[in-house]
Ligand binder design. Structure first.
Ligand SMILES: [Zn+2]
Length: 117
């Protein structure tokens, strides 16, 4: 399990744990989406098994977003002590936009690792 988490964090192939899933990290300020390799460069594992395979990764992404928003809300409201909910909402929205590419990358990686065959 610890290895799986480490692989997800590093974005490596679920089969050999060596090849990278993504070619490049996306750059939000250039609006460049993260690009994936079609196959693992080390073991030829096919990442996108069929068209639309990553549709379900949106649910992972959604759950990560909710978990992140709830976590941020608790942190800003109770630990930082910001009383204004609207201000907190704006901060959360900004954080979610800032993390959206990272979120997409990590949710697809989790998806690949969940359904590795
Ligand atoms: Zn591989």
């Amino acid at each position: 399990m610890g290895n799986t988490l480490q692989n997800i964090y590093q974005g490596t192939c679920p089969s050999c744990n060596k090849g990278k899933i993504f070619k490049k990290k996306g750059l939000l300020y250039k609006l460049r989406m993260p690009k994936m390799h079609a196959h693992c460069s080390v073991c030829k594992y096919k990442f996108e098994k069929e068209p639309g395979y990553f549709f379900g990764a949106m649910y992972v992404s959604y759950m990560l977003t909710i978990a992140g928003a709830v976590g941020l809300f608790i942190m800003l409201s109770y630990i930082v002590g910001i009383g204004d909910n609207f201000q907190i909402f704006l901060m959360i929205a900004a954080a979610m936009i800032g993390l959206s590419f990272f979120n997409m990358r990590i949710s697809r990686t989790i998806w690949i690792h969940l359904f590795k065959t």
